[in-house]
Design a binder for this molecule. Sequence first.
Ligand code: GRG
Length: 306
Amino acid sequence: MTTATAHFSKRLDQTAEDTEALLAELLSDMLLPDEIARPKRLMEAMRYSSLGGGKRLRPFLAVESSAVFGVPREAGLLVGAALECIHCYSLIHDDLPAMDNSDLRRGRPTLHKKTDDATAILAGDGLLTLAFDIVTRDEIHKDANVRLLLTRALARASGIGGMVGGQILDLAGEGRFGDREPVDVARLQQMKTGALLRYGCISGAILGQSTPSEYQALDDYGRALGEAFQIADDLLDVEGDAAALGKPAGADAALGKTTFVTQLGIDGAKQRVRDLLARADSALSVFGAKGDVLRAAARFVAERKS
Ligand code: GRG
């Protein structure tokens, strides 16, 4: 392991640990002002799907993109926790019988298998709304306009023109609503998985009140990283190991899905990942050595095994 990789791994582990502790606090039974009750079944379901698993890559991007601007770690962690809540909700809903109908997630039974569909739907809804509660909190930034920009960007990344929109395009491409609709893989990816990853990257620029060119650099980096993440996912579905993935491989092929691998072939997809890594590196050049951890993050995403 190189020194840069070891440094990166240590920081990823630390953010995962801090995110876990913060989420446990945010999902505790303690009532917030104006809340009437925190029902036990709902809280247990939300904790089951948000605690004790996951690489916490999105919080890491929020924390590290914030660190580039010297933003206090606590603020980046809160934004990261909000982003992770949205990510966990999307996984819960994606696993439901009406969507992907998956039995395993992060090496454990999916939430609806462990409980029931209604509990899983509501736990997802609870996490989605909690995310917006978190991202508006005063502790994130003293300037309310910064919090507003963070909140709006989160809505755009997770909503119609982002993740939710990407999910419906994906289902349409599988032929769920009649004939299979043609899929623009790159656009679908940008929306379904890319938008949240990109948000992690631009959130630091928003929190750090960056210049427009610094924002643009993190935006470019986030888009390249998002695409590399998805290609790696498509490659893992073909070449990956179910034990490491915590879910069965081969799901895309079973559904006859159009992916980067079906479009570019395995070698073409790997070449595209290399090109994207170069793009991510060059986007970060404006930050000099301050961009090193994000540079390592792009490589980790592209080479991940789970
Ligand atoms: C249901 C509204 C709604 C949206 C679902 C993102 C998404 C949209 C579904 C996820 C489906 C999926 C498994 C896509 C592959 C890419 C992906 C998001 C993998 C899981 O993300 P990781 O690898 O997971 O960051 P961990 O467990 O590490 O958090």
